[in-house]
Design a protein around this ligand. Sequence first.
Ligand code: ADP
Length: 335
Amino acid sequence: LRDATEPVDETELAIEGALRPTSLAEFVGQPKVRGQLQLLLDAARIQQRPPDHILLAGPPGLGKTTLAMIVAHESGRPLRLSSGPAIQHAGDLAALLSSLTPGEVLFIDEVHRMARTAEEMLYLAMEDFRIDIMVGKGAGATSIPLDLAPFTLVGATTRSGLLPNPLRDRFGFTAHLEYYDPEDLERVISRSAGMLGVDLPPESFAEIARRSRGTPRIANRLLRRVRDYLIVHGGEKGAADAAVGAALELYDVDAIGLDRLDRAVLDAIVHRFRGGPVGLSTLAVTVGEEAETIESVVEPYLVRIGFMGRTPRGRIATPAAYEHLGMRHPDHAQA
Ligand code: ADP
């Protein structure tokens, strides 16, 4: 899955890592999820057992990996990182599970993209800390049971709807991460600015926050571009005031924070399909992007801000979207 919010290189990745909060108290926003996780971790601590398995659902960049790291950190357990696409055979999962140390936290990103055979193995592993390893083929095939060390699975998915029910049911708790409101993003940005040593007028934080698509990863990334601008132009008069505008322009972020792909999708619905409805795959081909990216990255945000609607026959652009594009909605034009 190509994700528009992914860090672009190693340095970016390192900075992103450095900006990650390491405790629930430091984790900004998502009060409901934080409260739920706190209770789950406290209960496990009192009973001195590994926390229940946790499923984290939501669009990219909202803090799923960060929360997995916090779960490990706060419960004082080691963390192992893996991802669905890396588990293409049951054997991959068997190797991973059998190498876990007691109480380890196993994070599987994009858990909905794991191989089906591995998924089935995971059911038993989550429930009984046991797997059955198949040996041989045909009539002579036998299965050898293998006991595992108890572990906590933290699964992340951008598409909880794609998880088979038996897998979803085996998570003790599912947290749905929501897009952040501008106030929370402002706190994320001012925290990061403090850590990166970026000195900006307070209005700048609010400006970046309003245009970060409700996503901490995007907020942090825009802040880094602002920092780059200041490194280059910091000596010039008015540089601090110009920095935010310059960075946003460079990134092709519009006045309300939509990026190039968001606008391409809206533009296609409005101009190529007369406002829709248009099917997801047709839309994806039209903008030259993978359907999964449209569905898990673009669509949730456009729906959330009321620019896109989903009907049984496909996606439509709403009057608000037309207005944003400076156009009249056909229904309104007729009236
Ligand atoms: P996901 O796994 O959902 O794609 P990440 O956990 O990798 O997202 O978060 C992306 C970036 O955003 C990280 O650098 C992290 O520091 C930052 N971030 C995410 N959520 C928060 C939060 N609630 N408070 C502070 N920073 C956050």
